[in-house]
Design a protein around this ligand. Structure first.
Ligand code: F6P
Length: 342
């Protein structure tokens, strides 16, 4: 079999571990692997190279992706589907493993309608918002980076009696904010799924400052969150999949808290720091398991499926299930976190 691999969308720690796992398994079984450059762009342009065990040696611990990534959307490219089909058929790609999030896998889901059905998905996103899988690789690393940042901000917040608003990634879902917020002992967590008003936030902070005599606080905000009843300026810039470029809510919330509470309040945006660097041991393990599962799905011809983690088991779910809607934080999980506010 000739197996194509691509990594699309925002990069994520663990991508190289998946590539390595697929190539190792394939080579062991006598199959050939090729890697497409920069996600769907490489398929559109017929830009790929052979991947051997030698090419993928020493990359397990590396962030980023040796294949490169892009947010290329073939739907926006003239004859995009035809060009991709041609590349895949003319180069005898017997299976394509698409490693990506909702957008990259959404394209994978549509490929069969355009004449190429031999595709399987592997879930990737630090946001952990892909449906059908309990976790995605990359999330653990991002969560740990955010928790460390919150820990560091605690001591400087206390020294200067300040409030810090920490903006973390999470376009549609507040998983990073929720997990890092709980792990870091945030005083308030604001996520896209549950709207919170400025007064509710300030009330928690005031109570904490008065009752505990702790005159500093940490508020963690997901980039996709909004303050209830307030008109926040959204970016006009969108990516190739029509998503608004986020970032700025942390600054906005900090400004509003400062105006209301008259306490020095600063914003820290963690941004792409969360996506870079070496994956945690957990993500290296998880990414390796996902790579093996995606490879098996390809070998077993489970076309149109995505490798998914359910509990401790790797299973195959349909790409339709994985991409029709995103996985959001259930309100009851958020409610549990509120017990630790303040
Ligand atoms: O989807 C993952 C993600 O990291 C989001 O949390 C974030 O909104 C987006 O990617 C940022 O993308 P870009 O790299 O295009 O700025």
């Amino acid at each position: 079999m000739k197996i194509g691999i691509l990594t699309g969308g925002g990069d994520c720690p663990g991508l190289n571990a998946v590539i390595r796992a697929v190539v190792r398994m394939a080579e062991r079984d006598g199959h050939e692997c090729v890697g497409f450059k920069d996600g769907w762009k490489g398929v559109l342009e017929g830009n790929f190279r052979t991947l051997t065990r030698k090419d993928t040696s020493g990359i397990l611990h590396m962030g980023g992706t040796i294949l490169g990534s892009s947010r290329t959307n073939p739907r926006n490219v003239e004859d995009g589907w035809e060009r991709m089909g041609r590349t895949l058929r003319d180069n005898h790609i017997d299976a394509l493993i698409a490693i990506g999030g909702e957008d990259t896998l959404g394209v994978a889901r549509e490929l069969p309608e355009h004449g190429y059905e031999y595709v399987v998905g592997c879930p990737k996103t630090i946001d952990n918002d892909l449906n059908g899988t309990d976790y995605t690789f990359g999330f653990d690393t991002a969560m740990n980076i955010c928790t460390e940042a919150i820990d560091r901000l605690h001591s400087t917040a206390e020294a200067h009696q300040r409030i810090f608003v920490v903006e973390v990634m999470g376009r549609h879902a507040g998983w990073i904010a929720l997990h890092a917020g709980i792990a870091g002992g945030a005083d308030v967590i604001v996520i896209p799924e549950v709207e919170l008003g400025l007064e509710e936030i300030c009330e928690v902070l005031r109570r904490r400052h008065e009752q505990l005599e702790r005159h500093f606080s940490i508020v963690v905000v997901s980039e996709g969150a909004h303050l209830k009843g307030e008109d926040q300026i959204a970016s006009q810039e969108t990516d190739a999949f029509g998503h608004a470029r986020l970032g700025g809510i942390g600054e906005y919330v900090a400004k509003r808290i400062k105006e209301t509470m008259k306490i020095d309040t600063r914003a820290v945006t963690l941004g792409h720091v969360q996506r870079g660097g070496t994956p945690t041991a957990r993500d290296r393990y998880l990414a390796t398991m996902f790579g093996i599962a995606a490879y098996r799905a390809a070998i077993e011809r489970k076309w149109g499926t995505m490798a998914a983690l359910r509990g401790t088991e790797m299973v195959a779910v349909s790409l339709a299930e994985a991409t029709t809607e995103v996985k959001r934080v259930p309100p009851e999980q958020y409610h549990m976190a509120t017990h630790f506010f303040g």
